[in-house]
Structure formats: C-alpha cells, structure tokens
Write a protein that binds this ligand. Structure first.
Ligand code: SF4
Ligand code: SF4
Length: 376
C-alpha cells in the first residue's frame, strides 16, 4: 500500500525498510491495526529516502514512523534527526516523526497513532502573517559591507593589478539592478568593486572559470570553506590565489579588509533563537506564509555551490516552474534540500540572496547545520 495513492485522510504512516514491511505484514496484529496506519514501501533495503517521508507529509500524513527491523547506520540516523528538528522548526511537531529500530511492535505502533491523533492536524495554512518578520533581528540578507571595507578593497585591487601580481580581482559589482560577482582586470575597473554583504553570490563557484590565471579573490568564511571543499573534490581552481579576507581568519589570508561587520559564514544563531522562542503554531504560520511565496523558479538551487545535492524541487514533491503546489508541499521540498545539504552547506546565504521572493532559506540551512553538529 502506498501513502501516495490513498485519497482518504490518514493520521499516521509508517515508512519502513523492506524487512520491516514483510515482518509487519506477517505479524499476528497486522490485520487489526488501525486503518489510518498506511505502509509506504521503500525502494532500497536498509535505507529510507528522506523524500519518502516528506512526500507522505506533503500528501496528507499527520505523522510518519520510520522503522527498521535491524539498526540504522549512524549517518542515516543523523540525517533523520536533522529532518525531525527541521520539521519542528517550521511548525510540524517533532513527535510527528518517530524513528524506531526493532521488530514491529503492536503497542508501540498503536501508541504512535494515538500520539499523532492527540496532536491534531498539522495546520500549515497560507494565511498572511503580519509583523512577524519584524520580530527577527534587523540584520537580514542584503545587509551591505561598510564603505571603508569597499574603499580598502578598491585600493588593494588597484595596487595588485598595477603591479601585475594578479591578472584579475574577483569581488562584487553592480550589474543593472542586481549585485553580481565581478572580475576587475584594470585599475579603473577596480574602482567599481565592493566588498560582500549577506546574501551576495558565493564567489568560489566562479573560480573554476578562471582556473588557469593568477587571481585575487575576496573570501568570507563561506568562500574559504567552499574553496576547501571544491579542492577536496578535485575541482581545478587557480593554483595561486591571492586571498583577500573579509571576516576570514588572518592566517589563511594574504590581506584583510577592515570593518567587515556581519558576514555570512559566521553563524550567530540569533535569528534561529528568536524564531524558536515563538509558539509552534506561530512558527507554522510564519513558514507557511514564507513558502506560499515560492514560485519554484529554482533560483536558490542554481545559486548553491553544492547544487548537486539540491535537486529536490524538480521531483514529485512539487510541480516545477508552477504555482500550484501548496505551502506544505513547498515546505517539504525545501526541507528535503536542507536535510541533504546538512554537512555540506557553508552558510554563504547565496540561495536566499538569489530568491526573487525573499524566502529566508538561510534559516533552514543554519538550523540543519546546528542540529547536525549537535548529533554528530
Ligand atoms: S544551501 Fe548553503 S551552501 Fe548552498 S547557497 Fe545556501 S547557504 Fe550557500
Ligand atoms: S529561489 Fe525562492 S522562489 Fe525560487 S525556488 Fe527558491 S525559494 Fe522558491
């Protein structure tokens, strides 16, 4: 039986490994279990696809039990714990996702069904929420660097280019109405560069295109982490990079910009803490209003240096390039991305910066990183 094919509302679904499924179906109590418990078959033994769980939620399950007859691998369990906390963060109570190991157990399965029933429906409406963004700290995506930092960058870039030490300096510039990465190749062009702010594109993703040149690049903690990750994966980057640090560790950089202020990659947790202080119903209202804005343009995925992990928006969870997905379906798609990216995401906030609807995706990624660090 599949959760996706049923039209009747159900309060609990069990997403299980193959071995658990056959053990459940042959158990003496299988025939007497509440009708609202549906089994969703997995495709691989011993592994539960995160998408299976989220698809069950997106299609109306009010609770999901993930079960193995054996033991889950530590890595797999960590990812499930990340998902459970992300669900709670967006207003879907963590008790709606049970993670269990061992043979089917009638009392446990019934207790879970009752627990979910007691929680009631996971309400994720699309009602507008006024004033909640004001409750967040003022420094959101789009906060810009100080003028002093940009001036220092322009002077340094001009000197580097005049001396011939580098063939180009990669930072940011204004293109039409948007802030885009920009390579200055002359001292005159260097005067148009500016230092990075929150949500500005991650510069590291462009280094592959100038891999055979001597380059200087502005690195925030996020760019630095991304350069390390790309090198580890064997991606061809410029051999000699002159690193201009913006809030990055002094020992890793060839020069530092002054007065950098708040830069991405330095997670404060302040905004997460502010949201977590809201009652769960308010978090659900806040996030449903955010996800209702999503137009499934894929801009966030395209902006991510680790986009190979984020192909969740194109699959069965939500229609691509359409407006017909519910806020709950959209939330599930973005939670799938955030769960998969946990451990890879470098907190550059490029995804949020690229979003035409200003969906604060960076908060999901911060939360996923925070949870993974606590369970690893
Ligand atoms: S998911 Fe993480 S690494 Fe990817 S763009 Fe967003 S913040 Fe950057
Ligand atoms: S960039 Fe924004 S609108 Fe586009 S898919 Fe991502 S969250 Fe949705």
């Amino acid at each position: 039986m599949s959760a996706q094919t049923t039209t009747a509302p159900y309060t609990a679904a069990a997403v299980e490994s193959r071995s658990y499924a056959s053990a459940f179906r042959t158990s003496p109590f299988a025939a007497t279990m509440p009708a609202n418990i549906r089994l969703t078959q997995t495709t691989a033994t011993g592994a539960i696809d995160i998408l299976k769980i989220l698809t069950a939620f997106a299609h109306g399950a009010e609770g999901v039990m993930v079960a193995w007859t054996g033991r889950a691998t530590p890595n797999h369990k960590q990812r499930l714990l990340v998902l459970r906390e992300l669900l709670h963060f967006v207003g879907c109570h963590r008790d709606r996702l049970a993670i269990v190991e061992g043979a089917p157990d009638e009392a446990r399965e019934r207790a879970f069904s009752e627990q979910v029933r007691a929680l009631g429906p996971w309400s994720f409406g699309s009602q507008p929420v006024f004033g909640m963004n004001d409750a967040l700290p003022a420094h959101g995506v789009g906060a810009h660097a100080s003028t002093a930092a940009s001036r220092a960058l322009q002077n340094l870039a001009g000197d580097l280019l005049r001396s011939g030490k580098v063939a180009g300096v990669l930072a940011w510039g204004q293109a039409s109405h948007e802030i885009q990465p920009m390579i200055a190749r002359t001292p005159e062009q260097a005067r148009r560069l500016f230092a990075g702010g929150r949500g500005y594109p991650n510069l590291a993703t462009l280094l592959e295109t100038v891999a055979d040149e001597n380059m200087a690049v502005v690195v925030r903690p996020a760019e630095l982490a991304c350069i390390d990750a790309l090198r580890e994966e064997g991606i061809h980057l410029p051999e000699h990079l002159f690193l201009i640090g913006q809030g990055a560790p002094r020992e890793r950089c060839d020069a530092l910009l002054p007065e950098c202020g708040d830069v991405p990659g330095a997670m404060s947790g302040e905004e997460l803490a502010a949201i977590e202080r809201w009652p769960i119903e308010e978090r659900a209202a806040f996030w449903s209003a955010q996800f209702a804005q999503c137009v499934h343009c894929d801009g966030c995925r395209s902006a991510c240096p680790f986009q190979c992990y984020t192909n969740c928006l194109n699959d069965a969870l939500t229609p691509h390039n359409g407006h017909t997905a519910t806020a709950k379906q959209t939330a599930c798609a973005h939670l799938a991305c955030a769960t998969r990216l946990a451990g890879h995401c470098v907190q550059c906030e490029s995804c949020s910066g690229a979003c035409p609807q200003a969906v604060p995706l960076y908060l999901l990624h911060q939360k996923a990183t925070q949870v993974l660090a606590s369970v690893a």
